[in-house]
Design a binder for this molecule. Structure first.
Ligand SMILES: O=P(O)(O)OC[C@H]1O[C@H](O)[C@H](O)[C@@H](O)[C@@H]1O
Length: 475
Protein backbone atom coordinates (compact mmCIF):
# COMPACT_ATOMS: atom_id res chain seq x y z
CA UNK A 1 0.00 0.00 0.00
CA UNK A 2 1.40 3.41 -0.97
CA UNK A 3 -0.48 6.22 0.73
CA UNK A 4 0.56 9.38 -1.07
CA UNK A 5 -0.38 12.97 -0.38
CA UNK A 6 -0.68 14.10 -4.03
CA UNK A 7 -1.16 17.68 -5.16
CA UNK A 8 -3.63 18.15 -2.31
CA UNK A 9 -3.92 15.40 0.30
CA UNK A 10 -4.51 11.66 0.09
CA UNK A 11 -7.45 10.47 -2.01
CA UNK A 12 -8.44 6.86 -2.66
CA UNK A 13 -11.38 4.60 -3.38
CA UNK A 14 -13.38 3.63 -0.32
CA UNK A 15 -13.27 -0.01 0.78
CA UNK A 16 -10.32 -0.55 -1.55
CA UNK A 17 -7.56 1.63 -0.12
CA UNK A 18 -9.51 4.25 1.80
CA UNK A 19 -10.48 1.94 4.67
CA UNK A 20 -11.02 2.51 8.39
CA UNK A 21 -7.72 0.67 8.97
CA UNK A 22 -5.76 2.94 6.65
CA UNK A 23 -7.43 6.09 7.93
CA UNK A 24 -6.29 5.10 11.45
CA UNK A 25 -2.72 4.83 10.17
CA UNK A 26 -2.80 8.22 8.44
CA UNK A 27 -4.38 9.96 11.43
CA UNK A 28 -1.83 8.38 13.79
CA UNK A 29 0.93 9.70 11.50
CA UNK A 30 -0.65 13.17 11.62
CA UNK A 31 -0.97 12.90 15.43
CA UNK A 32 2.74 12.08 15.63
CA UNK A 33 3.53 15.07 13.42
CA UNK A 34 1.43 17.43 15.56
CA UNK A 35 3.00 16.12 18.77
CA UNK A 36 6.44 16.58 17.21
CA UNK A 37 5.59 20.21 16.42
CA UNK A 38 5.07 20.79 20.15
CA UNK A 39 1.65 22.43 19.85
CA UNK A 40 -0.62 19.41 20.29
CA UNK A 41 -2.31 20.90 23.37
CA UNK A 42 -3.91 23.54 21.14
CA UNK A 43 -6.05 20.79 19.64
CA UNK A 44 -6.88 19.74 16.09
CA UNK A 45 -10.03 20.71 14.17
CA UNK A 46 -11.80 17.85 12.41
CA UNK A 47 -13.83 18.82 9.36
CA UNK A 48 -15.65 16.54 6.96
CA UNK A 49 -17.64 16.90 3.76
CA UNK A 50 -21.02 15.46 2.76
CA UNK A 51 -19.68 12.25 1.23
CA UNK A 52 -20.72 8.73 2.12
CA UNK A 53 -19.11 7.82 5.49
CA UNK A 54 -17.13 11.07 5.81
CA UNK A 55 -18.73 11.71 9.24
CA UNK A 56 -17.79 8.18 10.38
CA UNK A 57 -14.20 8.61 9.22
CA UNK A 58 -14.16 11.94 11.05
CA UNK A 59 -15.29 10.22 14.24
CA UNK A 60 -12.50 7.68 13.88
CA UNK A 61 -10.01 10.51 13.36
CA UNK A 62 -11.28 12.04 16.63
CA UNK A 63 -10.80 8.72 18.44
CA UNK A 64 -7.21 8.36 17.25
CA UNK A 65 -6.26 11.98 18.01
CA UNK A 66 -7.75 11.86 21.51
CA UNK A 67 -6.20 8.42 21.99
CA UNK A 68 -2.93 10.29 21.58
CA UNK A 69 -4.00 12.85 24.18
CA UNK A 70 -4.62 15.52 21.53
CA UNK A 71 -7.79 17.58 22.08
CA UNK A 72 -10.19 17.67 19.14
CA UNK A 73 -12.42 20.53 18.01
CA UNK A 74 -15.58 19.10 16.48
CA UNK A 75 -18.14 20.95 14.34
CA UNK A 76 -21.83 20.02 14.56
CA UNK A 77 -22.12 19.18 10.84
CA UNK A 78 -20.20 18.91 7.57
CA UNK A 79 -17.88 21.86 6.86
CA UNK A 80 -16.38 23.33 3.71
CA UNK A 81 -12.58 22.96 3.59
CA UNK A 82 -12.09 26.76 3.86
CA UNK A 83 -14.27 26.89 6.97
CA UNK A 84 -12.25 24.06 8.51
CA UNK A 85 -9.14 26.14 7.78
CA UNK A 86 -10.82 29.21 9.24
CA UNK A 87 -11.62 27.26 12.43
CA UNK A 88 -7.88 26.72 12.95
CA UNK A 89 -7.09 30.43 13.09
CA UNK A 90 -10.28 31.30 14.92
CA UNK A 91 -9.57 28.77 17.68
CA UNK A 92 -5.77 29.03 17.56
CA UNK A 93 -5.70 25.28 16.92
CA UNK A 94 -2.64 23.22 15.99
CA UNK A 95 -4.11 22.31 12.59
CA UNK A 96 -6.98 20.44 11.02
CA UNK A 97 -7.83 17.15 9.44
CA UNK A 98 -10.36 17.46 6.63
CA UNK A 99 -12.12 14.33 5.42
CA UNK A 100 -12.93 14.98 1.78
CA UNK A 101 -12.22 13.80 -1.74
CA UNK A 102 -13.18 17.24 -3.07
CA UNK A 103 -14.75 16.84 -6.54
CA UNK A 104 -13.74 13.19 -7.13
CA UNK A 105 -16.39 10.55 -7.98
CA UNK A 106 -18.61 9.33 -5.09
CA UNK A 107 -16.63 6.15 -4.43
CA UNK A 108 -13.62 8.23 -3.36
CA UNK A 109 -12.78 9.75 -0.04
CA UNK A 110 -9.68 11.52 1.19
CA UNK A 111 -7.78 13.35 3.90
CA UNK A 112 -6.26 16.80 3.77
CA UNK A 113 -4.01 17.90 6.58
CA UNK A 114 -4.04 21.65 7.17
CA UNK A 115 -1.26 22.83 9.52
CA UNK A 116 -1.58 25.63 12.06
CA UNK A 117 -1.02 28.29 9.39
CA UNK A 118 -4.48 27.43 7.94
CA UNK A 119 -3.36 26.67 4.37
CA UNK A 120 -2.57 23.41 2.55
CA UNK A 121 0.39 21.45 3.97
CA UNK A 122 3.66 21.97 2.12
CA UNK A 123 5.62 18.94 0.87
CA UNK A 124 8.15 18.99 3.75
CA UNK A 125 5.23 18.29 6.10
CA UNK A 126 3.41 15.73 3.94
CA UNK A 127 6.72 13.94 3.25
CA UNK A 128 7.19 13.52 6.99
CA UNK A 129 3.64 12.26 7.43
CA UNK A 130 4.06 9.83 4.51
CA UNK A 131 7.30 8.54 6.01
CA UNK A 132 5.58 7.90 9.32
CA UNK A 133 2.67 6.21 7.47
CA UNK A 134 5.13 3.75 5.92
CA UNK A 135 6.46 2.81 9.38
CA UNK A 136 3.00 2.48 10.91
CA UNK A 137 1.74 0.34 8.02
CA UNK A 138 4.21 -2.40 8.98
CA UNK A 139 2.81 -5.09 11.28
CA UNK A 140 4.80 -3.88 14.30
CA UNK A 141 3.92 -0.26 13.50
CA UNK A 142 0.21 -0.93 13.83
CA UNK A 143 0.71 -1.55 17.55
CA UNK A 144 1.68 2.11 17.91
CA UNK A 145 -1.79 3.29 16.87
CA UNK A 146 -3.56 4.71 19.91
CA UNK A 147 -7.30 5.13 20.01
CA UNK A 148 -9.97 5.67 22.65
CA UNK A 149 -13.75 5.78 22.40
CA UNK A 150 -15.18 9.24 22.01
CA UNK A 151 -17.18 8.97 25.26
CA UNK A 152 -13.92 8.35 27.13
CA UNK A 153 -12.33 11.29 25.35
CA UNK A 154 -15.27 13.48 26.38
CA UNK A 155 -14.90 12.39 29.99
CA UNK A 156 -11.25 13.34 29.80
CA UNK A 157 -12.17 16.80 28.52
CA UNK A 158 -10.50 16.20 25.17
CA UNK A 159 -13.52 17.07 23.01
CA UNK A 160 -14.56 20.64 22.31
CA UNK A 161 -17.61 21.50 20.20
CA UNK A 162 -17.12 24.39 17.79
CA UNK A 163 -19.54 26.34 15.60
CA UNK A 164 -17.39 28.19 13.07
CA UNK A 165 -20.08 29.12 10.53
CA UNK A 166 -21.15 32.47 12.03
CA UNK A 167 -17.64 33.83 12.74
CA UNK A 168 -16.53 32.66 9.29
CA UNK A 169 -19.40 34.58 7.69
CA UNK A 170 -18.42 37.63 9.78
CA UNK A 171 -14.91 37.45 8.33
CA UNK A 172 -16.36 37.17 4.83
CA UNK A 173 -18.55 40.21 5.50
CA UNK A 174 -15.43 42.15 6.48
CA UNK A 175 -13.72 41.29 3.18
CA UNK A 176 -16.58 41.38 0.67
CA UNK A 177 -18.60 44.53 -0.01
CA UNK A 178 -22.01 43.13 0.89
CA UNK A 179 -23.53 46.60 0.77
CA UNK A 180 -22.70 46.86 -2.94
CA UNK A 181 -24.33 43.48 -3.62
CA UNK A 182 -27.33 44.51 -1.62
CA UNK A 183 -27.64 47.91 -3.32
CA UNK A 184 -27.47 46.29 -6.75
CA UNK A 185 -30.30 43.92 -5.77
CA UNK A 186 -28.49 41.10 -7.55
CA UNK A 187 -30.52 38.09 -8.62
CA UNK A 188 -28.42 34.97 -8.13
CA UNK A 189 -28.84 31.23 -8.57
CA UNK A 190 -26.72 29.15 -6.19
CA UNK A 191 -25.49 25.58 -6.82
CA UNK A 192 -23.61 23.97 -3.92
CA UNK A 193 -23.55 20.68 -5.87
CA UNK A 194 -24.96 18.57 -2.98
CA UNK A 195 -21.74 19.31 -1.09
CA UNK A 196 -20.40 20.70 2.17
CA UNK A 197 -21.01 24.28 0.98
CA UNK A 198 -24.79 24.01 1.31
CA UNK A 199 -26.10 27.03 3.24
CA UNK A 200 -23.03 29.28 2.95
CA UNK A 201 -23.74 31.37 -0.14
CA UNK A 202 -27.38 31.35 0.90
CA UNK A 203 -26.32 32.92 4.22
CA UNK A 204 -24.25 35.54 2.38
CA UNK A 205 -27.30 36.50 0.31
CA UNK A 206 -29.42 36.63 3.46
CA UNK A 207 -26.91 38.99 5.04
CA UNK A 208 -27.31 41.15 1.93
CA UNK A 209 -31.05 41.11 2.52
CA UNK A 210 -31.62 39.53 -0.89
CA UNK A 211 -33.60 36.53 -2.05
CA UNK A 212 -32.01 33.80 -4.19
CA UNK A 213 -32.72 30.55 -5.93
CA UNK A 214 -30.76 27.46 -4.94
CA UNK A 215 -30.45 24.06 -6.64
CA UNK A 216 -28.78 20.81 -5.52
CA UNK A 217 -29.00 21.93 -1.90
CA UNK A 218 -29.60 18.66 -0.10
CA UNK A 219 -26.98 16.12 0.84
CA UNK A 220 -26.54 13.45 -1.84
CA UNK A 221 -23.46 11.25 -1.51
CA UNK A 222 -24.01 10.19 -5.16
CA UNK A 223 -24.04 13.82 -6.34
CA UNK A 224 -27.16 13.33 -8.45
CA UNK A 225 -25.31 10.79 -10.59
CA UNK A 226 -22.80 13.46 -11.56
CA UNK A 227 -19.64 14.92 -10.04
CA UNK A 228 -19.40 17.81 -7.56
CA UNK A 229 -17.14 19.57 -10.05
CA UNK A 230 -18.04 23.16 -10.97
CA UNK A 231 -16.95 22.89 -14.61
CA UNK A 232 -18.74 24.13 -17.75
CA UNK A 233 -19.72 20.57 -18.65
CA UNK A 234 -21.23 19.68 -15.27
CA UNK A 235 -23.00 22.97 -14.50
CA UNK A 236 -25.67 22.54 -17.20
CA UNK A 237 -28.63 22.85 -14.85
CA UNK A 238 -27.22 25.97 -13.21
CA UNK A 239 -26.65 27.54 -16.62
CA UNK A 240 -30.22 26.71 -17.63
CA UNK A 241 -31.71 28.09 -14.41
CA UNK A 242 -29.72 31.34 -14.66
CA UNK A 243 -30.98 31.98 -18.20
CA UNK A 244 -34.56 30.87 -17.51
CA UNK A 245 -34.93 32.88 -14.31
CA UNK A 246 -33.30 36.02 -15.71
CA UNK A 247 -30.68 36.00 -12.94
CA UNK A 248 -27.52 38.07 -13.31
CA UNK A 249 -25.21 35.40 -11.97
CA UNK A 250 -24.93 31.69 -11.21
CA UNK A 251 -22.55 30.72 -8.41
CA UNK A 252 -21.39 27.14 -7.78
CA UNK A 253 -19.13 25.37 -5.30
CA UNK A 254 -17.36 22.03 -5.57
CA UNK A 255 -17.91 19.15 -3.11
CA UNK A 256 -15.90 20.73 -0.29
CA UNK A 257 -16.53 24.33 -1.38
CA UNK A 258 -12.90 25.26 -1.81
CA UNK A 259 -13.39 25.83 -5.54
CA UNK A 260 -15.93 27.86 -7.47
CA UNK A 261 -17.85 27.97 -10.73
CA UNK A 262 -19.29 31.21 -12.11
CA UNK A 263 -22.02 31.58 -14.74
CA UNK A 264 -22.85 34.86 -16.44
CA UNK A 265 -26.42 36.06 -17.16
CA UNK A 266 -26.46 34.56 -20.66
CA UNK A 267 -25.38 31.15 -19.35
CA UNK A 268 -21.69 31.57 -20.30
CA UNK A 269 -19.24 29.77 -18.06
CA UNK A 270 -16.63 32.19 -16.68
CA UNK A 271 -13.39 30.19 -16.31
CA UNK A 272 -11.22 30.37 -13.21
CA UNK A 273 -8.60 32.25 -15.25
CA UNK A 274 -11.24 34.82 -16.15
CA UNK A 275 -12.47 35.06 -12.56
CA UNK A 276 -8.93 35.78 -11.39
CA UNK A 277 -8.47 38.45 -14.06
CA UNK A 278 -11.79 40.13 -13.20
CA UNK A 279 -11.02 40.04 -9.51
CA UNK A 280 -7.45 41.33 -9.65
CA UNK A 281 -8.56 44.11 -11.99
CA UNK A 282 -11.43 44.99 -9.64
CA UNK A 283 -9.26 44.99 -6.52
CA UNK A 284 -6.67 47.28 -8.14
CA UNK A 285 -8.93 49.65 -10.04
CA UNK A 286 -12.19 49.80 -8.11
CA UNK A 287 -11.07 48.99 -4.57
CA UNK A 288 -7.77 50.79 -5.14
CA UNK A 289 -5.89 48.12 -3.22
CA UNK A 290 -2.22 47.50 -3.94
CA UNK A 291 -0.10 44.40 -4.10
CA UNK A 292 1.41 41.61 -6.16
CA UNK A 293 -0.41 38.58 -7.49
CA UNK A 294 0.60 34.93 -7.13
CA UNK A 295 -0.37 32.39 -9.77
CA UNK A 296 0.70 28.88 -10.74
CA UNK A 297 2.67 28.10 -13.94
CA UNK A 298 -0.61 26.92 -15.45
CA UNK A 299 -2.56 30.13 -14.84
CA UNK A 300 -3.25 32.99 -17.27
CA UNK A 301 -0.57 35.59 -18.01
CA UNK A 302 -3.28 38.22 -18.30
CA UNK A 303 -2.63 38.64 -14.58
CA UNK A 304 0.98 39.55 -15.45
CA UNK A 305 -0.20 42.22 -17.88
CA UNK A 306 -2.51 43.77 -15.27
CA UNK A 307 0.18 43.57 -12.58
CA UNK A 308 2.78 45.16 -14.87
CA UNK A 309 0.45 48.04 -15.77
CA UNK A 310 -0.02 48.81 -12.06
CA UNK A 311 3.63 48.30 -11.17
CA UNK A 312 3.26 45.05 -9.23
CA UNK A 313 5.20 41.82 -9.34
CA UNK A 314 3.93 38.34 -10.17
CA UNK A 315 4.96 35.26 -8.28
CA UNK A 316 4.89 32.09 -10.40
CA UNK A 317 4.59 28.81 -8.49
CA UNK A 318 4.23 25.10 -9.28
CA UNK A 319 0.63 23.80 -9.48
CA UNK A 320 -0.98 23.34 -6.06
CA UNK A 321 -2.63 25.86 -3.82
CA UNK A 322 -0.08 25.02 -1.11
CA UNK A 323 2.42 27.21 -3.01
CA UNK A 324 -0.10 30.00 -3.55
CA UNK A 325 -0.98 29.82 0.14
CA UNK A 326 2.70 30.14 1.00
CA UNK A 327 2.91 33.31 -1.08
CA UNK A 328 -0.18 34.76 0.64
CA UNK A 329 1.36 33.97 4.01
CA UNK A 330 4.87 35.10 3.46
CA UNK A 331 4.53 38.11 1.18
CA UNK A 332 2.13 41.02 0.82
CA UNK A 333 0.35 39.17 -1.99
CA UNK A 334 -3.03 40.75 -2.70
CA UNK A 335 -4.54 37.87 -4.66
CA UNK A 336 -3.39 34.30 -5.16
CA UNK A 337 -5.07 31.87 -7.47
CA UNK A 338 -4.88 29.10 -9.94
CA UNK A 339 -6.43 27.92 -13.17
CA UNK A 340 -7.99 24.85 -11.53
CA UNK A 341 -10.40 27.07 -9.59
CA UNK A 342 -8.76 28.13 -6.34
CA UNK A 343 -8.24 31.60 -4.94
CA UNK A 344 -7.82 33.57 -1.77
CA UNK A 345 -6.96 37.16 -0.90
CA UNK A 346 -4.84 39.05 1.61
CA UNK A 347 -6.55 39.22 5.01
CA UNK A 348 -8.24 35.83 4.58
CA UNK A 349 -6.87 32.33 5.23
CA UNK A 350 -4.14 31.16 2.83
CA UNK A 351 -6.48 28.34 1.73
CA UNK A 352 -8.58 28.34 -1.40
CA UNK A 353 -12.11 29.39 -0.71
CA UNK A 354 -14.96 28.93 -3.18
CA UNK A 355 -17.47 30.76 -0.98
CA UNK A 356 -15.21 33.82 -0.81
CA UNK A 357 -14.54 33.65 -4.57
CA UNK A 358 -18.27 33.50 -5.38
CA UNK A 359 -19.12 36.32 -2.98
CA UNK A 360 -16.36 38.48 -4.47
CA UNK A 361 -17.64 37.80 -7.98
CA UNK A 362 -21.07 38.94 -6.84
CA UNK A 363 -19.39 42.15 -5.65
CA UNK A 364 -17.59 42.58 -8.99
CA UNK A 365 -20.86 42.06 -10.90
CA UNK A 366 -22.77 44.39 -8.57
CA UNK A 367 -20.25 47.22 -8.79
CA UNK A 368 -19.85 46.94 -12.57
CA UNK A 369 -23.58 46.87 -13.23
CA UNK A 370 -22.88 44.93 -16.44
CA UNK A 371 -22.44 41.26 -17.37
CA UNK A 372 -19.04 39.73 -16.64
CA UNK A 373 -18.52 38.88 -20.32
CA UNK A 374 -18.73 42.61 -21.13
CA UNK A 375 -16.16 43.38 -18.46
CA UNK A 376 -13.86 40.70 -19.89
CA UNK A 377 -14.21 42.16 -23.37
CA UNK A 378 -13.18 45.56 -21.99
CA UNK A 379 -10.14 44.05 -20.31
CA UNK A 380 -9.22 42.29 -23.59
CA UNK A 381 -9.42 45.60 -25.43
CA UNK A 382 -7.24 47.28 -22.84
CA UNK A 383 -4.59 44.60 -22.40
CA UNK A 384 -4.74 42.51 -25.60
CA UNK A 385 -6.72 39.30 -25.96
CA UNK A 386 -5.47 35.97 -24.64
CA UNK A 387 -7.25 32.64 -25.04
CA UNK A 388 -6.39 29.65 -22.94
CA UNK A 389 -7.42 26.04 -22.68
CA UNK A 390 -6.39 22.98 -20.71
CA UNK A 391 -6.54 19.55 -22.30
CA UNK A 392 -6.56 16.51 -20.00
CA UNK A 393 -4.88 13.72 -21.93
CA UNK A 394 -5.42 10.14 -20.81
CA UNK A 395 -2.56 7.82 -21.62
CA UNK A 396 -1.95 4.14 -21.01
CA UNK A 397 -0.08 3.52 -17.72
CA UNK A 398 2.73 1.78 -19.63
CA UNK A 399 3.16 4.86 -21.86
CA UNK A 400 3.76 7.26 -18.95
CA UNK A 401 7.52 6.68 -18.52
CA UNK A 402 8.17 7.21 -22.25
CA UNK A 403 6.17 10.44 -22.30
CA UNK A 404 8.03 11.73 -19.24
CA UNK A 405 11.39 11.00 -20.89
CA UNK A 406 10.36 12.81 -24.07
CA UNK A 407 8.96 15.69 -22.00
CA UNK A 408 12.18 16.13 -20.01
CA UNK A 409 14.10 16.52 -23.26
CA UNK A 410 11.49 18.62 -25.01
CA UNK A 411 13.01 21.92 -26.11
CA UNK A 412 11.70 22.94 -29.55
CA UNK A 413 13.05 26.19 -31.02
CA UNK A 414 9.54 27.30 -32.01
CA UNK A 415 5.89 26.37 -31.52
CA UNK A 416 3.44 27.06 -34.32
CA UNK A 417 6.20 28.94 -36.09
CA UNK A 418 6.78 31.37 -33.18
CA UNK A 419 10.13 31.36 -31.35
CA UNK A 420 10.39 29.90 -27.86
CA UNK A 421 12.11 32.43 -25.58
CA UNK A 422 12.01 30.66 -22.22
CA UNK A 423 11.85 27.09 -20.95
CA UNK A 424 10.63 26.81 -17.37
CA UNK A 425 10.74 23.52 -15.46
CA UNK A 426 9.39 24.29 -11.98
CA UNK A 427 6.47 21.95 -12.74
CA UNK A 428 6.47 19.97 -15.99
CA UNK A 429 7.89 21.81 -18.99
CA UNK A 430 6.63 25.28 -19.90
CA UNK A 431 7.64 26.91 -23.16
CA UNK A 432 7.07 30.64 -23.47
CA UNK A 433 6.91 32.22 -26.90
CA UNK A 434 8.14 35.59 -28.03
CA UNK A 435 4.56 36.79 -28.73
CA UNK A 436 3.27 36.11 -25.20
CA UNK A 437 1.80 32.64 -25.86
CA UNK A 438 2.86 29.58 -23.88
CA UNK A 439 2.46 25.82 -23.67
CA UNK A 440 2.86 23.75 -20.51
CA UNK A 441 2.81 19.96 -20.17
CA UNK A 442 2.82 18.24 -16.79
CA UNK A 443 1.68 15.03 -15.19
CA UNK A 444 -1.32 15.59 -12.91
CA UNK A 445 -0.72 14.97 -9.22
CA UNK A 446 -4.37 14.02 -8.61
CA UNK A 447 -5.39 12.00 -11.68
CA UNK A 448 -3.63 9.46 -13.91
CA UNK A 449 -3.23 11.78 -16.89
CA UNK A 450 -1.15 14.53 -18.46
CA UNK A 451 -2.34 18.09 -18.69
CA UNK A 452 -1.55 20.33 -21.65
CA UNK A 453 -2.19 24.01 -21.00
CA UNK A 454 -1.93 26.46 -23.87
CA UNK A 455 -2.45 30.21 -23.82
CA UNK A 456 -2.29 32.06 -27.13
CA UNK A 457 -3.25 35.23 -28.94
CA UNK A 458 -5.99 33.56 -30.99
CA UNK A 459 -7.96 30.31 -31.13
CA UNK A 460 -6.13 29.35 -34.34
CA UNK A 461 -2.72 29.79 -32.72
CA UNK A 462 -3.89 27.82 -29.69
CA UNK A 463 -5.09 24.87 -31.79
CA UNK A 464 -1.83 24.89 -33.78
CA UNK A 465 0.29 24.76 -30.62
CA UNK A 466 -1.88 22.00 -29.11
CA UNK A 467 -1.50 19.85 -32.23
CA UNK A 468 2.26 20.33 -32.42
CA UNK A 469 2.88 19.53 -28.74
CA UNK A 470 0.65 16.44 -28.85
CA UNK A 471 2.43 15.22 -31.99
CA UNK A 472 5.93 15.92 -30.66
CA UNK A 473 5.33 14.18 -27.34
CA UNK A 474 3.08 11.43 -28.76
CA UNK A 475 0.43 12.36 -26.25
O1 LIG B 1 -3.20 19.22 -11.87
P1 LIG B 1 -3.25 18.41 -10.60
O2 LIG B 1 -1.89 18.05 -10.09
O3 LIG B 1 -4.16 17.25 -10.78
O4 LIG B 1 -3.87 19.36 -9.52
C1 LIG B 1 -5.08 20.00 -9.73
C2 LIG B 1 -5.55 20.64 -8.43
O5 LIG B 1 -5.72 19.63 -7.48
C3 LIG B 1 -6.18 20.02 -6.21
O6 LIG B 1 -7.47 20.52 -6.34
C4 LIG B 1 -5.27 21.06 -5.61
O7 LIG B 1 -5.83 21.55 -4.43
C5 LIG B 1 -5.04 22.18 -6.57
O8 LIG B 1 -4.12 23.07 -6.01
C6 LIG B 1 -4.58 21.68 -7.90
O9 LIG B 1 -4.49 22.72 -8.81
Amino acid sequence: MAIKFGTDGWRAIMAEEFTFGNVEIVVQAIADYVKGAGIADRGVVIGYDNRFLSDKFALLAAEVLTGNGIPVLLPPAALPTPVTAFAITHNRAAGAIMLTASHNPPEYNGIKFIPEYAGPALPDITDRIEGRVRQLALAEGREEIKKIRLERAREQGLVREIAPQAPYLDQLAAIVDLKAISAAGLKIVIDPMWGAGIGYLEAVMERCGLGYEVIHHTRDPLFGGSLPEPSAAVLTELRRRVVESGAQLGLALDGDADRFGVIDADGSFISANQVLVLLYHHLLTHRRLAGPVARTVATTHMLDRIAARHGFAVEETPVGFKYIGQSLRERETLLGGEESGGLSVRGHMPEKDGVLACALMAEVRAVAGRPLTELLAEIDREYGRLVSQRLDLHTLPEAKAGILTRLNEYAPAALGGVDVTKRLTIDGVKLQLVDGAYALVRASGTEPLFRLYVEANSEAQMKGIQEQVKRDLQL
